[in-house]
Design a protein around this ligand. Sequence first.
Ligand code: ADP
Ligand code: ADP
Ligand code: MG
Length: 613
Amino acid sequence: MIQSLLIANRGEIACRVIRTARQMGIRTVAVYSDADADALHVREADEAVHIGPSPARESYLVGEKILAAAKATGAEAIHPGYGFLSENAEFAQAVIDAGLVWVGPNPSSITAMGLKDAAKTLMAAAGVPVTPGYMGENQAPAFLADEAEKIGYPVLIKAVAGGGGKGMRLVEAPEAFVDALASCKREAASSFGNDHVLIEKYIASPRHIEVQVFGDRHGNVVHLFERDCSLQRRHQKVIEEAPAPGMDAATREALCAAAVRAAKAVDYVGAGTIEFIADGSGPLSADRIWFMEMNTRLQVEHPVTEEITGVDLVEWQLLVASGQPLPKAQQDLEIHGWAMEARLYAEDPAKGFLPSIGTLELLEFGEAEGGRIDTGVYEGAEVSPFYDPMIAKVIAWGEDRDEARGALGEMLEDTAVWPVRTNASFLVKALQHPDFAAGKVDTGLIGRDGEALAEAPMPSDEVLEAAANSLVPITSLAGFRLNAASARSAWFSLDGEKVEIALTGEGSDEPDDAVLVTEQGQAWLLSPWRRDGVHGGADASGAILAPMPGKVIAVEVAQGQTVTKGQKLLTLEAMKMEHTLTAPFDGVVAELNATAGAQVQVETLLARIEESA
Ligand code: ADP
Ligand code: ADP
Ligand code: MG
C-alpha cells in the first residue's frame, strides 16, 4: 500500500482526496500557487509545497514542478484530481517514468480516449453505440457541410480535443454551417491547440446520462450505475443525481454493460466515466442512448455515486493504484436511495453569471440529514479570479428522489454567503422547477427558463421587517407608536437599492449600522438609507468597479451623459467571457475612466454614476 500521496490539484477536490488518504493513514502533500498560500487544501495536508505564481499555466499545469515537489517531499504517488493535468497522458507517463505511482489509468487509455473522434471510432469497433455523425480526418469546410447534410440538421460541431462544455456549436440549418464551423475551429485552436472537429447528430431533448466504471490491474472492471447530469447551463453541469430518473432495469443493464465494454476496450484501470447522450423525448430505452466521450479520471459529480453505493471512490482509486484488486464484485454493488448534488458557484446569476470574486466574509452551509458538503474554502478565504469559482458541492441523500431533492433544496436555502454572490437561489429555483421536480429533465431546461431562474430574489417582508427593526432605535419609535403604529415605515438601503420597509417592531436598544439579511440562499446588506450615498451595498455610491481583472472591450456612454437604471455602460472581457456593466440607478455619468482596449485590475473605478437630483 502506498504510504504517501501528493495531490496535484487545489480546491474541493484536493480536500476531498486528502480526507480519504488521511483515513487510510496515508501521508498527504499539497501543492499551491501564490494565490493559494492560505487555501484550505494547504491547511489540511500534512505538508505543502509552493509551486509558483497564481496562473495555473505557471503552477498547477507545470508537470516538472509537480514532480519536483513529489521528489522533495518523498511522496510515492500522485493523485491528479480532475481538470488540470488529470487527462494529460504525457504527464501520467512522466510520473511513472519518475518511479512514482500514478493514481489513474494507464497513459495509453488516456490517449485512446483523449480525442473525441478517435474515442468514438474505437468505441464503435468495440460494439458500443455512438452518436451518429462524421468523425474522420477530412476537415475541408465543403466536405464537412456535406456530411452535416447527410447526418441531417440540427447538428453539433464539436472540437475533438474539447472539454468543459467548450468548443461546441449547435447548427440548426445549412445556411449557418460555414460560420459556425469557422468560429468553432477558432475557439478550438485557441482553447485546446487543436482545431479538428467532428460533426454529430444533435439529439432532440437530450439527456446526459453517464456511467461510473472502475477497473483494477487484475483484469476486473465493474460499473457503479449511472448518474444523470442533464441539468446544464451552456453544456456545463449544474445539478447531478443518481440514479437517473425513469431508468428501468433492462435499460440500466444494457447501458452499464456497454460502459463496461467501453472500459475493457481500453484496458481501463481506476475510476472513469463513460458519458452517453440519451434521447429524452420519450421513455429511456437502450437503442436511443449513444456514447459521447469518456472522462479518464474522477468526475466532479462522483459523490452522488458514493452516496447511493456506499463506496468511497477515492479509497478504491488508492487501493487500485497500490495494485490491489477491486474491493467488490459487480454482484455486491447495489443502489440505495437517491442522491443529488448541486455545484455552488461564486457567481451572480442576475448579472449573467458573472464570477463573484472576493473574501468570503460570511460562509454558512445549510444542513440536512444525510447531507454532505465538499468544499475547498472556509469563512475568511478568498475566491480568486485565477481558478474555477466553485465554492462547494452540496450533496443530499434521500430514500427517494423527492426526499433527496427536498433535502438539497433545504441545504441550499439555508446557505448564506456574503459579500460574494452565489448561485444558491438559482439552484433552489431549478430544483423546484415543475419539469425538474417531475423528473422531466433535458439539457435545454435552463436555456428555456433560465431568465426566471436567474432573477435575483427579494427577501420576504417578515425577514426584512425583523432586520429593519434591529437598525432603528427604540427612542425614535417611541413617539410614533401611540398614534400611527401601523403606518410607520422608513427608507433603507438593501444592497444599495433604496427600499421602504414597514416598521412593525419596537426598535432596538443598540441598533447596528447595518445587518445581513439571509434567506433563500441569498444574503443582502441592509442599512439605513443616507442621502450622502454612503451605504453598505456596492452599487449605492454609483461607483462602477471592475468585478474582475479583464479588458474593456466597449464603452457605451460618455462623461456627463444621462443614463437610466439598467442602461449598458461598458463591456468587460474577463475569463474568456463578456460581461456587461450597467447603471445601478437613474443618473448622470459623473466620472468615466475607461477606454476600449484598456486592461483593468479588479476593483478599478471604471465610472461613477451620480443620482439625478
Ligand atoms: P465534469 O463533470 O468533471 O465537469 P466535463 O467533461 O463536463 O466533466 O468537464 C471537463 C473538465 O472541465 C472538468 O473536469 C473541470 O475541471 C473542467 N470544468 C468543468 N466545468 C467548468 C467550469 N465551469 N469552468 C472551468 N472549468 C470547468
Ligand atoms: P465536454 O468534453 O465539453 O464535456 P461532451 O461531448 O461531453 O463535451 O458534451 C458536453 C454536453 O454537450 C453534453 O453533456 C450535452 O449536454 C451536450 N451534447 C453533447 N453532444 C450532444 C449531442 N450529440 N446532442 C445533443 N447534445 C449534446
Ligand atoms: Mg463531457
